[in-house]
Every structure is written in structure tokens, then in C-alpha cells.
Design a protein around this ligand. Structure first.
Ligand code: G
Ligand code: G
Ligand code: MN
Ligand code: NA
Length: 255
């Protein structure tokens, strides 16, 4: 109740309570920066720091997903435009988008407008869609994704392995890449069977020529194992935690 009132108020008149962090995505063999994922945070003057796991379900219940997604996209792409010259060639900015936002006309229009007015290269923008229990009507999702791909942006399937994703999704949806969930990697460190499953999944994605991002890399051992399988992009606390934009540019930016 209290949280949901505070959240509504923040959306209506205190958007300064929201801010973005960015977590580096790196090539595991040389730790070269290849991208960054935007991650939203909410700091309320009385309630303090509220984590996304706690407030995103309320955003959803309040029907504010699209507003949040559009805010993140606007802020993130404004930052991208302002600082792209300091970022490496080919840097991809990853933005989490809720499934329900994906097919909205307003969202598509806004994204198209931002890309054009800010003269951004759409191939440097990746939208992450969480593998979701609500992947019922694959036809609708496929059509929404196809419209987005026509803008030239990249699409990634996030948290892969957490839902009951049929392999059908990977074959059918117009995806550029798949983010293998961190729980799968964690499990792979614990049982041989989970390890076999992980490497089979990697092989499957490679055969389909899907890019792979291994999420939740926490140890050197994991990083080396991923390199040995030919994984080209990793994200995880072993390499870097989500951080403010200023720290990110200081650590990875040119000039
Ligand atoms: O940063 P953290 O690991 O606490 O984020 C938890 C989850 O919240 C992420 O896995 C992601 O799915 C979701 N999330 C984080 N930032 C955003 C955002 O900007 N937009 C949306 N829609 N989801 C986000
Ligand atoms: O969108 P997605 O669910 O993938 O969000 C990524 C979340 O995972 C972020 O909230 C980030 O804080 C978290 N995260 C990123 N790297 C690691 C990691 O190495 N270990 C753990 N436990 N969490 C991570
Ligand atoms: Mn994500
Ligand atoms: Na994820």
C-alpha cells in the first residue's frame, strides 16, 4: 500500500527519484568492453533505496510498465548520444523492456523518433525481453519483434532458462541474442548434469547463430570455462557490477 502510493507519486511528480546504473558487458578473453546494460534504481527520500525486484511487480500492477520503459529508454539514449564518442566502436547499449510494452505503437514511435532525431545507429541498441510465463501468443510477440527489427535495433531474450521456454522460441522469434540466466551458470558449477545442459544450450544457440551473453559470471573459473566454449560476451560481478554512468566512463571511456 505505502510502497504503491509512493511509487505512483514518484511517477507522477518525482521522476528524479529514479536513476540508472549501467553494468558492463565484456569479451571474456581480454575483458574488452562490448556493451552495457541499463538497470533502473529507485531512491525514495523516506523509504530509501528500493530494489527492482521489490518495486517492478508494483509498477506492473499499477499498469505503469510502458511509462517506466519509455523513461528508461529516453534517459538511456540521451546519455548514449551525449557520450558515444567516448565509447568503443561497436558498443551496444542494452535496455530491458517489458513484454507488454513491446507491441505498443507509442513505444515503437518514440523509439523510432529518438533514433532519428538523435542520429543513433539502431544496430547499437539492444532491447532485452525477459523470457516470460506470458509468452502465450507467440504470433503477437513475433509480429511486435519484427516491427522493432525493421527499425534496425537488436533483440535479446533475457533470463533464458528461467521460464519454460520451448526451444521453439529460439527458432521462431527474430532474435539477435540470448542471455543465459545466471542461475543456470551457478547450477553448472555444482552438478555435472547442469554443466552438460549449459554447454548443450550454448551449442544450440551457436548452431542457430544467435549471439550469447553469459550472465552472472562470478568467478575466474566460470569465465575460463565460458571462454573455452567460445562465449563472446559475459556480464557479471567477477568483471564488473552495475555502476553509475560517471564511473563507467571513467573506467572504460576514451578521453
Ligand atoms: O538490477 P537488478 O538485478 O536488481 O534487476 C533485477 C531485474 O529487474 C532485472 O533482472 C531486470 O529484469 C529488471 N530491471 C532492471 N532494470 C530494469 C529496467 O530499466 N526496465 C525494466 N523493464 N526492467 C528492469
Ligand atoms: O535483466 P536481468 O535480470 O538480467 O538483470 C541483471 C541483474 O543481475 C542485475 O540486477 C544485476 O544486479 C544482477 N547481476 C549482474 N551480474 C551478477 C552476478 O554476477 N551475480 C549476481 N548474483 N547478480 C548479478
Ligand atoms: Mn536484462
Ligand atoms: Na537476466
Amino acid at each position: 500500500r505505502k510502497l504503491s502510493d509512493a511509487l505512483r507519486e514518484a511517477f507522477e511528480s518525482h521522476s528524479e527519484q529514479f536513476y540508472l546504473l549501467i553494468q558492463p558487458q565484456l569479451a571474456p578473453h581480454d575483458a574488452r568492453l562490448v556493451g552495457g546494460e541499463l538497470l533502473i534504481r529507485w531512491r525514495h527520500p523516506q523509504l530509501g533505496e528500493v530494489m527492482p525486484g521489490e518495486f517492478l511487480p508494483i509498477v506492473d500492477a499499477l499498469g505503469l510498465n510502458e511509462a517506466l520503459d519509455r523513461w528508461v529508454m529516453e534517459q538511456g539514449l540521451a546519455w548514449f548520444e551525449a557520450h558515444r564518442i567516448r565509447l568503443p566502436e561497436g558498443f551496444v547499449l542494452a535496455i530491458n523492456i517489458t513484454l507488454s510494452t513491446l507491441g505498443r505503437d507509442d513505444f515503437l514511435a518514440q523509439l523510432g523518433h529518438i533514433i532519428e532525431s538523435r542520429e543513433l545507429d539502431p544496430a547499437r541498441i539492444e532491447l532485452e525481453i525477459t523470457e516470460h510465463a506470458n509468452f502465450h501468443d507467440l504470433g503477437d510477440i513475433e509480429r511486435a519483434m519484427t516491427r522493432l527489427r525493421r527499425l534496425g535495433v537488436r533483440l535479446a531474450l533475457d533470463d533464458f532458462g528461467t521460464g519454460h521456454t520451448a526451444f521453439q522460441l529460439l527458432q521462431r522469434l527474430p532474435l539477435n541474442s540470448v542471455k543465459l540466466d545466471r542461475e543456470l551458470l551457478q547450477a553448472a558449477g555444482q552438478h555435472g548434469r547442469a554443466q552438460d545442459a549449459y554447454s548443450a544450450l550454448v551449442g544450440f544457440c551457436q548452431t542457430l547463430r544467435l549471439g550469447i551473453v553469459a550472465e552472472g559470471v562470478e568467478t575466474e573459473e566460470e569465465a575460463q570455462w565460458l571462454v573455452s566454449m567460445g562465449i563472446e560476451v559475459v556480464q557479471g560481478f567477477y568483471f564488473a557490477r552495475p555502476m553509475p554512468f560517471d564511473d563507467f566512463l571513467e573506467r572504460y571511456g576514451k578521453g
